[in-house]
Ligand binder design. Structure first.
Ligand code: ZN
Length: 541
């Protein structure tokens, strides 16, 4: 697995942290023994014989399920022999005992099947050097500190309540953050030629049958009954978008038509899978559907990728692209799939971008590009996606009148850039460790008078900044200034303005930053202009 390995064990003893430590000790001893690790192959019957002899029913089952033409291999080190395709190192001496660690132990059903036995799964990790292991453990520790559930509470961003598992609540600071993000989203999309619509959250069964969701996606949908008719709460915005498109005739001159929608969607997730803002049952998709002629496909894909580039770089997030191709269960012809995949490839290649291929992982209606963002802790999050779809226009019989005066079927792109706004807020909360760039920070400036005499000037400073559109708060409490500064720093407020008699007299402010920097006294105008420029350019600081 990404950062290590696991091994499933059927054992009556429960593996406590103390036992894991003992296993770790034994592993270190085995490393020191420098045992050779030898591979050998056996014909099926002999392989089964060997595993039955060692009372390994799980291995027997695995061998029995292997296809006929597979070579069955084993690896032996000292007295231990295991079924494995390999490859392996040639000696246990290659492993540095002090660079390995068993992390934890969880329950795991045999072959992921909840009707089978629950085994114990031990997770471990191993590096080339002790320093690399330590760096990895430090990163985990840092991630724990940045856990958005913890930061969400501390910074007053969001919360959960058992009254609605998987339905996050946004608090005032979180709402400011969300709205700022949405304002930015709208500004960018307007520049890239998008219009915006909003379609209903609840729509009737007939529509979901027409879109295919009622048959293929019903287990993930919440349904209700209105006037004795079945309705569903939308898990996706597409069908509503189709109804808007077909509500009036279109000419090739209207295309491409880029229609955005910040749609609130509900999808049922198992309660055990819910996790903070990362896996929820209700979220806002920053969706858009682009309707176009076949000739416009490549340019439109490029236009979307350009928009992605601009948005992701604003947050200092880099990305990798994955192209997912035709799955076994698909609709549409192979020729159509290959053609659309080729166009996706050409578009990103011509933009000088590289990609990897995820064979057979496309949506059932078309191939897609997934954008995996890397955060400051080196983790990746799949946020953006661009999906080419020739099928939904077919199902909804969408049309446009071409240059030849005849009716044609448009092709569409489904795309999201942030993915889910709520989840994206979770990602950037961790990415910035709660210290959002000034343009995003819920409170941008905190004004703190030192004495009662400096209160009037402090109020004036706050009023003037607020009038310029800055999110500013005053701290007039009777507390020591050091205490107020520490508190504002822990709330990750970018700037603190300390106002004493000297500042009141000179019409200046003493500026401190959340990182602990002391910028000294500057004229209010000067500070305000610098601040507004930082916000306008959405500087990462
Ligand atoms: Zn869609």
């Amino acid at each position: 697995i990404e950062n290590g390995f696991y091994y499933d064990i059927d054992c009556d003893v429960t593996f406590t942290p103390e036992i894991l430590e003992k296993i770790e000790e034994e592993m270190r001893r085995i490393c020191k023994e420098k045992l050779p690790i030898e591979r050998f192959e056996l014909p099926r019957e002999e392989a089964l014989e060997l595993m039955r002899g060692k009372d390994e029913p799980y291995k027997v089952e695995l061998i029995e399920d292997l296809p006929e033409d597979v070579t069955i291999s084993f690896y032996r080190q000292g007295e231990f022999t295991d079924l494995c395709a390999g490859p392996h190192l040639d000696s246990t001496g290659r492993i540095k005992g002090n660079a390995l660690k068993l992390m934890n132990c969880t329950g795991a059903y045999w072959r992921g099947d909840s009707s089978r036995k629950m085994l114990q799964r031990i997770y471990g990790t191993c590096f080339m050097k002790k320093e690399e292991l330590q760096a990895y453990l430090d990163r985990l520790e840092e991630a724990k500190k940045r856990d958005p559930r913890k930061l969400g509470r501390e910074l007053g961003l969001f919360m959960t309540n058992e009254a609605g598992p998987g339905f996050p609540f946004f608090l005032p600071n979180g709402m400011t953050l969300k709205n700022t993000l949405i304002d930015y989203w709208r500004e960018v999309h307007k520049r890239y030629g998008y219009v915006e619509i909003s379609t209903p959250i609840i729509l009737n069964r007939e529509l979901w049958e027409r879109s295919g969701h009622w048959d293929h996606y019903k287990d993930n949908m919440y349904t209700t009954v209105i006037d004795e008719q079945d309705y569903a709460i939308k898990p996706m915005n597409c069908p509503g978008g189709m109804l808007v498109y077909e509500s009036e005739p279109h000419s090739y001159r209207d295309l491409p038509l880029r229609v955005g929608e910040l749609g609130i969607v509900h999808r049922h997730e198992l309660s055990g899978a819910l996790h903070g803002l990362f896996r929820v049952r209700c979220f806002t998709q920053d969706d858009a559907h682009i309707f176009m002629t076949p000739e416009q496909m490549k340019d439109e894909i490029k236009n979307v990728v350009k928009l992605f580039d601009e948005v992701y770089s604003t947050f200092g997030l880099s990305y990798e692209i994955e192209l997912s191709t035709m799955p076994e269960d698909h609709i549409g012809t192979v020729e159509q799939w290959e053609h659309n995949q080729e166009i996706l490839k050409e578009a990103i290649t011509e933009m000088g971008k590289s990609f990897t291929i995820n064979e057979g992982d496309g949506a059932f209606y078309g191939p897609k590009l997934d954008f995996h963002l890397a955060d400051s802790l080196g983790r990746t999050w799949q946020c953006g996606t661009i999906q080419l779809d020739s099928q939904l226009p077919e199902r909804f019989e969408l049309e446009y009148v071409g240059e030849d005066g005849a009716k044609h079927r448009p092709i569409m792109i489904h795309r999201v850039v942030l993915g889910s706004i709520e989840r994206f807020i979770g990602v950037i909360t961790e990415h910035f460790g709660g210290a959002f760039p000034t343009w995003l920070a819920p409170v941008q400036v905190k004004v703190m008078p030192i004495t009662d005499r400096s209160r009037d000037w402090a109020q004036k400073v706050a009023d003037e900044l607020a009038a310029a559109g800055v999110r500013v708060e005053c701290d007039f409490r009777n507390e020591k200034i050091g205490y107020k500064i520490r508190e504002a720093q822990s709330k990750k407020v970018p700037y603190m303005l300390i106002i004493g008699d000297k500042e009141a007299e000179a019409g200046s402010v003493s500026v401190r930053t959340r990182a602990g920097g002391d910028m000294g006294a500057v004229a209010l105008d000067e500070f305000r202009d610098q601040l507004l420029e930082e916000i306008r350019t959405r500087s990462l600081g």
